[in-house]
Design a protein around this ligand. Sequence first.
Ligand code: ASP
Length: 350
Amino acid sequence: MKKLLIIISILWVSVACTSQADKQNKAITKSINEFAIIIHGGAGTILKKNMSAEKEAAYKEKLTEAIKTGYEILKNGGTSTAAVMKTIQVMEESPLFNAGKGAVFTHDETNELDASFMDGKTLNAGAVAGVKDVKSPIELAIKVMTDSDHVMLSGDGASTFAKEKGLEIVDPSYFFTENRFKTLQRIKHKQQTALDHDAKKVAFYDADIKNAKFGTVGCVALDKNGNIAAGTSTGGMTNKRWGRIGDAPIIGSGTYANNKTCGVSSTGWGEYFIRSQVAYDISAQMEYQQKTLKDATQNVIQEKLTKLGGTGGVVALDKNGHMSFEFNTAGMYRASMDDKGNLVVKIYKE
Ligand code: ASP
């Protein structure tokens, strides 16, 4: 009798576990959008109390324009690659974001741009770092993927490649914006003042930088053929020195895409995103632990990244069109559109 009871309870537990796993698998495999697109325009201490109504409207308008550009491409049967590139270019051309025009300044008062792109079908990727005169770093990253044997090019070499491929070259002054220049001066002044007082207490990334809005841009798209693409473009972090490169051009940190799992674009304090391999970790948790997109993004951002002391967020989209915004900062400029044309545009935590 005792034996029978034990057998019954074992059977019951295994049936319960199987149905739980079935439920989760169904959630993972059920397609909810034939195509979809999700974007960010940076995460950070973005608080409503510090934002004017005009500024808020300007951000929302630009995010809407950018995402609709990609949405139209996808709706008309275009590729996720085209959608990601065109969407990011709208934000690169806007001085509102820290990418392309509007990029933050380095310590030496230059703009050095980073970008990356990944194709989830082929797992091919392209990236550029420290570029100073190419108008669209995301376009260059895609060119590196399609027209070179390499994944990542940097500095002058990346510019030479861009020229050879006929990409638009601009005078470095194209990237100048008064606002970003003033931020650099303010931070440098603060740093100097701190240095004058106690050199030991000065961290390269002082609290001001840590709390500043970051403003990188990123996009992930799923097209009608089931292909996922992801891209990220940035000016990096204000006051960066010594050729510092962040996570944005690092495949697996700032950008990752795999048709088997998901696509991810990151924004935040790049050093932590590199150390955590944020974008790849989300995909890996889905692949090896069968986690849903929501669970994987939550674990990586709210638990792992936060525990390490990193700040920022991701936008992610899985092969079935589920979408996720996940961040541990006060806000993240963000938007999404599903295949029915439902648009979400948000800035603050809600
Ligand atoms: N992740 C970028 C970097 O560290 C900054 C950002 O997301 O705004 O370069």
